[in-house]
Design a protein around this ligand. Structure first.
Ligand SMILES: NC(=O)C1=CN([C@@H]2O[C@H](COP(=O)(O)OP(=O)(O)OC[C@H]3O[C@@H](n4cnc5c(N)ncnc54)[C@H](O)[C@@H]3O)[C@@H](O)[C@H]2O)C=CC1
Ligand SMILES: O=C(O)[C@@H]1CCC=N1
Length: 287
């Protein structure tokens, strides 16, 4: 396994986060190939990480023991069709990171190949990722070990027995960093509005987010208890939390994470991008 060659089809945000994290963790760049239509992106990745790059997906299909499919769900069918004819006698392990694309979809497009569907997140870049994994038919212990090596090198990984759970993982931790970033943005802006200079507002907010996460991870207490410990009765925190509660923050979070399960709602509003990916499975919906 130590020498297995890993190819990334698509060298965008998530693929580069994974590769950056893998290399920082000690996986040799010589084991990594990346393909993408953007020559500029490939040049930059080769310079920055010393990985092998090529604009040709077929080259990776021939060379690699495992292919991480890291393109947008919307182009996945076409990318799979271009890869399939180039597999050797022993098809590579397919590791998909695409939201909403099922193991069945991939095996329809690629044939009878071993597929592991995963849902990582961008903190992989700093080895603080969280990844959900689901193994399709024909996946061996050796395949699982390779997927563990890739995803385990960039953070925590969790295997699931039901594929549908990966859609929940997508809503919680795949997209999750964006929810926290949004709160950071809002707090930085509010700090600035209240008179702090931008740099100080940013440092205070980021250190607070980092500290709160560290405390929650290392403490034996639940986040609810940790919140109570900050909240002096009748104090400033209580006043602020009261505004969040009155505005229905918990319900808002629930709606944001479960909206994709309510297709009827999608007719009138733009669905989250990961649900749009799931819509690829619905005949007639290819938006
Ligand atoms: N960005 C994130 O936080 C996460 C993304 N994902 C999944 O990762 C996948 C990629 O998402 P991002 O990295 O955000 O998108 P991105 O747009 O940053 O990256 C996609 C890359 O694919 C390349 N590409 C397009 N057509 C191609 C082709 N025919 N062959 C090879 N490469 C091609 C594009 O040039 C681009 O660099 C998606 O399926 C998404 O669901 C999963 C977890 C988290
Ligand atoms: O927004 C998206 O569709 C991807 C999947 C999870 C995070 N980013």
């Amino acid at each position: 396994m130590a020498q297995q060659v890993i190819g990334f089809i698509g060298a965008g945000n998530m693929a580069t986060s994974l590769v950056g994290g893998m290399i920082a963790k000690g996986i040799r760049p010589a084991r990594i190939w990346m393909s993408d239509p953007s020559e500029a992106r490939l040049t930059e990745l080769a310079r920055q990480h010393r990985v092998h790059t090529t604009p040709r997906n077929d080259e990776l299909a021939q060379r690699c023991d495992a292919l991480v499919l890291a393109v947008k769900p919307q182009v996945m069918a076409e990318v799979c069709a271009s890869l399939k004819p180039h597999f050797g006698e022993r098809a590579p392990l397919i590791i998909s990171i695409a939201a909403g694309v099922t193991v069945d979809n991939l095996r329809t497009w690629l044939g009878d190949v071993p597929v592991i569907r995963t849902m990582p997140n961008t903190p992989a870049l700093v080895q603080a990722g969280a990844t959900g994994l689901f193994a399709g038919p024909g996946v061996t212990e050796e395949h699982r070990a390779l997927a563990n090596q890739i995803m385990g090198s960039v953070g925590l990984s969790f295997w699931f027995e039901q594929e549908s759970e990966l859609d929940v993982v997508t809503a919680v931790s795949g997209s999750g960093p964006a929810y926290f970033f949004l709160l950071m943005e809002a707090m930085i802006n509010a700090g600035e509005q209240l008179g702090l200079d931008s740099r100080t507002a940013r440092q205070l907010v980021l250190q607070t987010a980092w500290g709160a996460a560290q405390l929650a991870i290392t403490s034996e207490q639940s986040p609810a208890v940790l919140r109570e410990q900050v909240t002096s009765p009748g104090g400033t925190t209580a006043a602020a939390l009261n505004v969040f509660e009155q505005a229905g923050l918990r319900d808002l979070v629930d709606q944001a994470l479960t909206a994709p399960d309510r297709p009827a709602n999608l007719q009138n509003s733009a669905p989250p991008r990961y649900y749009r990916a799931a819509l690829l499975r619905v005949p007639g919906r290819h938006d």
